[in-house]
Design a protein around this ligand. Sequence first.
Ligand SMILES: Cc1ncc(COP(=O)(O)O)c(C=O)c1O
Length: 471
Amino acid sequence: MSDQWATSGLDLHLDVSGPGVRAALERGLRNAVRDGRLAPGARLPSTRSLAADLGVARNTVADAYDQLVAEGWLVARRGSGTHVSARVPHPDTAPARVAAAPSPARFDLTPGSPDVSAFPRALWVRTLQQALVEAPADALGYSDPRGVPELRTALAGYLGRVRGVDVRPDRMIVCSGFSQALALTGGVLAAAGGETVGIESFSIEAHRAALEAAGLRARAVPVDASGADLDGLGPAAAALLTPAHQFPTGAVLSPDRRRRAVDWAAENDAVVIEDDYDGEFRYDRHPVGAMQALAPDRVVYIGTASKTLAPGIRLGWLAAPTHLVEPLVEAKRLGDTHTHVLDQLVLARLLERGDYDRHVRRQRAVYRRRRNMLVGELAAAAPEARVTGIAAGLHALVLLPPGRTELDVVAAARRRGLVVQGLGEYQTGAPEAVQAFPPALVVGYGRPPEHAFTGAVARLVAALVERPLRP
Ligand SMILES: Cc1ncc(COP(=O)(O)O)c(C=O)c1O
């Protein structure tokens, strides 16, 4: 069972491959509504016939339908089956079907990116020029797969000072962003016989996919206001966690859970993969240090310049436990020999001279002001929405006012030219991951350029206070 044509009275291509059949089915149906293959009002096949077409259990289809009814994509009418909601739920389909197209999305509050217009271009160019002039010819040859020594030394010092990471330069590997570091780690664990990896039940789909592509099976780890809870995970090769600022719920992993996570790793001969993607941005208190320091030989620490500088420069770093250094270095060598040397030399200099710290400090002040403004505007104009997950990072979780669904708020925002994302989009694909969480938006306040931020928040507020249309 994988890619299937469902034939139950409806020509519908659904991709239900992979381990999370129910989640895959939900995704497939949402996509079909979103891109217009399932029109508003269209009747869906009965659970029995769709289950037979797809070769899955009838309950799986019934549960998926129930979930999509709860989210507002579908409506169930007693006696006449399940239909696509008459209220066109997703803005992406609107231009094709309605005369008055929504305004183009001029504002974007989706998470995942900092304000890239704040990238220190002049500083980067100047530093690159100096690095090129001063580097010996040898520096442009093949070099150590772990990265240039200057950068690994500068990073080990910086991470020790700012994030409390306990690492020597010879255990650091410079990578093409967090993503490559994660894929290498997954591959090494699978090659060593690892079978399973715990993944937070709300997280980034691409990260789960990368670990599965490496040969590991994902098992969901529930998250709550104290972060990820590994108590029910059982034996696994690793657990991928975002301790400083859970992505996307925004929780900070509690001290007790941190301790238990490293104990779990020791008991199961496993590792915690610590995704410290936005650890530098902590606003109200001193930064919570990386959990790696609790057990450097049980934690693969991974950081990135994607939030501090820009995702496009693809620079990240990994601090490896002793027993994984060799296989990880070998995997990096086989993968791409090593990361771009000139970029590494630039970053090394920025770190050595304090320019990186200054840039992060400047941006932290910008994002703190944005966060305060977001919280203040919502409290004043949309008091029924609650904001959480604001202690750190570049995104917050906005819990919706009673009676609103993620879908209708996302659509209301889109009509105003604003793109936002619902929390449901980050639900991990594994069936056991389905976890109750109140409807919410994941608001990335880091992304807009300065001039667009106020307008984006005004549109968000307007979308949150709009009275929903009833199907
Ligand atoms: C949770 C999380 N981890 C890691 C990253 C960074 O990935 P990369 O360094 O590959 O750009 C992001 C970026 O959006 C993220 O949201």
